[in-house]
Write a protein that binds this ligand. Structure first.
Ligand SMILES: Nc1ncnc2c1ncn2[C@@H]1O[C@H](COP(=O)(O)OP(=O)(O)OP(=O)(O)O)[C@@H](O)[C@H]1O
Length: 293
């Protein structure tokens, strides 16, 4: 397999108080959709900014397309589409002029592609940037990142500000790019969108890589939060193999459940239940219960 991104012991210390990231090592294969997930302040943007050479590593190294990220950043960036988490543009420019301007940098303007992308995302190219909502600015960033048909897309929290329908369209676009052989690396703090879209995922917490895992394995081992409210005061102790943790407050039982769902459903039908919810656990819970076991 061809490693498009290869990160080796990459470390960035901003200052004594702020660690940034420490000793990151992982690689992304050609044609993968690779997710990068972690809570706020985990180090996702720091890693991305290092890869694009906006900031320098304290130690360690990385290559993109086999080229060193510091020595060959200009060449690398020609082939990379980047969407920053926060987008700052010249406010008095029209969307179309901004896109033409940024296409200059890549010496490649495919007006047809620009129009098609804008159409798909329902973005009006004639509007001024200053008149756009946060979500519409995000769309400008997406078109900008995709326009020059890069071999690698690096997207920092790409879905923030997009409504659910537009998020679907965006992920369809990503799949189409991947079908053409493009490699995609995107950060998120939304577990469900990573699970839906990515082949593999790297999980980062407090600057340290917790795990690199295929999404299939992650889903297979998925743990759920089950909250049951009983229809009165019953003395019930659920005994099932998949229960990782069980808590009781009044008539409410909370389960952290990681086993086959069927025996749980059978058990639940035998209980005097008033209400129930089955939810995805928070990232924090996964870190605590799934990855530390
Ligand atoms: N320019 C900076 N100077 C000092 N510390 C910084 C700087 N940028 C980031 N940090 C710190 O580095 C750590 C990682 O931050 P980073 O922005 O990379 O996280 P993140 O995972 O992208 O978070 P978010 O989801 O909130 O964007 C945090 O503790 C943050 O405070």
């Amino acid at each position: 397999m061809n490693k498009i991104v290869d990160i080796r012991n990459l470390t960035k210390y901003y200052n004594k108080k702020s660690k940034g990231v420490e000793n990151l090592s992982f690689s992304i294969e050609e044609g993968e959709i690779f997710g990068f997930i972690g809570p706020n302040g985990a180090g996702k943007s720091t890693t991305i900014r290092l890869l694009l050479n906006f900031i320098y590593p304290t130690s360690g190294s990385a290559t993109i397309f086999g080229k060193d990220i510091v020595k060959h950043s200009k060449e690398i960036r020609q082939q990379v589409g980047y969407l920053p988490s926060e987008i700052h543009y010249y406010d008095d420019m029209k969307v179309i002029d901004l896109l033409r301007y940024s296409a200059n940098f890549h010496q490649k303007l495919d007006t047809n592609r620009m129009k098609k992308l804008a159409d798909r995302l329902d973005l009006d190219l004639t509007r001024k940037i200053e008149d756009l909502s946060f979500g519409n600015r995000k769309k400008v960033g997406i078109v900008q990142a995709l326009l020059h048909e890069p071999k690698l897309l690096i997207l920092d929290e790409p879905t923030g500000g997009l409504d659910p329908l537009m998020q679907n369209t965006f992920f369809e676009l990503l799949q189409e790019e991947r079908d053409k052989g493009v490699t995609i690396f995107f950060s998120s703090h939304v577990l469900s969108e990573i699970q839906k879209t990515c082949d593999r995922v790297a999980i980062i917490k407090e600057g340290i890589l917790v795990k690199v895992e295929s999404v299939e394995a992650l889903t297979h081992n998925k743990v759920k939060n089950v909250t049951i409210t009983l229809d009165g005061e019953y003395d019930i102790d659920l005994q099932l193999a998949g229960i990782v943790k069980q808590e009781r407050t009044g008539n409410t039982i909370t389960l952290f459940y990681g086993g086959d769902i069927n025996p749980l459903l059978v058990k639940l039908t035998q209980l005097p239940i008033k209400d129930i919810s089955i939810e995805e656990p928070s990232l924090e819970e996964i870190f605590m219960h799934y990855y530390e076991k």
